[in-house]
Design a protein around this ligand. Structure first.
Ligand code: GAR
Length: 192
């Protein structure tokens, strides 16, 4: 647990690759009074990420990096993060794996949201796997990012029940609803 220094908000970058509903939700969260963060930068690995529009709508600086050459992209991102004085990174549907070198060089905290009850279902297609295995429970996990995929220390995990009629799409929708509730809760837990 850490105390916030005065009323200064922690400069945060959100990394996305897709729809950006978590980004949208975090932008909303960063505007409320009790929030510990301000969102100053949105980074994506693709121009196609629909969520980039939320950065535009809130006048947040956005930047797209081509990950064809990962080390090159990470080097450029680190320079930008330093320039913008970013101290905290939230991965929100970011589909690239950050290297241990990046994590070490950034130095600040990096957290991720994952749509499963980790350590179950690391990686992709979590809901398809949960339905195929007839799991009774699913959920989401907010965890620290380490060099090992989806394996860092868990901050918050939310468990939900899988209904008999659920399919991967309906389950994803249910879990996403919880993600929007618990990603901000995890951030409060870290900094308050
Ligand atoms: C979310 O369900 C998030 O947990 C997941 O991608 C979705 C992004 O949705 N992340 C991962 O699978 C990371 N491995 P969003 O773009 O609407 O926030």
């Amino acid at each position: 647990m850490e105390k916030l220094i005065g009323l200064k908000k922690i400069k945060t970058a959100v990394f996305i690759s897709g729809t950006g509903s978590n980004l949208k939700n975090l932008i909303k969260f960063a505007k409320i009074k009790k929030t510990p963060i301000s969102i100053n930068l949105v980074i994506s690995n693709t121009h196609k990420a629909k969520g980039l529009k939320y950065a535009d709508q809130s006048n947040i600086k956005k930047k797209i990096f081509n990950f064809h050459n990962i080390s090159n992209a990470e080097k450029k991102i680190l320079t930008l993060l330093k320039k913008e004085k970013i101290k905290f990174i939230c991965l929100a549907g970011f589909m690239k794996i950050l290297s241990s070198n990046f994590i070490k060089k950034f130095g600040g905290k990096i957290i991720n949201i994952h749509p499963s009850l980790l350590p179950k279902y690391k990686g992709l297609n979590t809901h398809i796997r949960a339905i195929a295995n007839k799991d009774k429970f699913a959920g989401c996990t907010i965890h620290y990012v380490t060099a090992k995929l989806d394996s860092g220390k868990i901050i918050i995990q939310k468990k939900i029940t899988v209904a008999a009629k659920d399919n991967p799409t309906s389950l994803a929708k249910k879990v996403l609803k919880q993600e929007h509730k618990f990603y901000p809760a995890a951030i409060i837990k870290i900094f308050n």
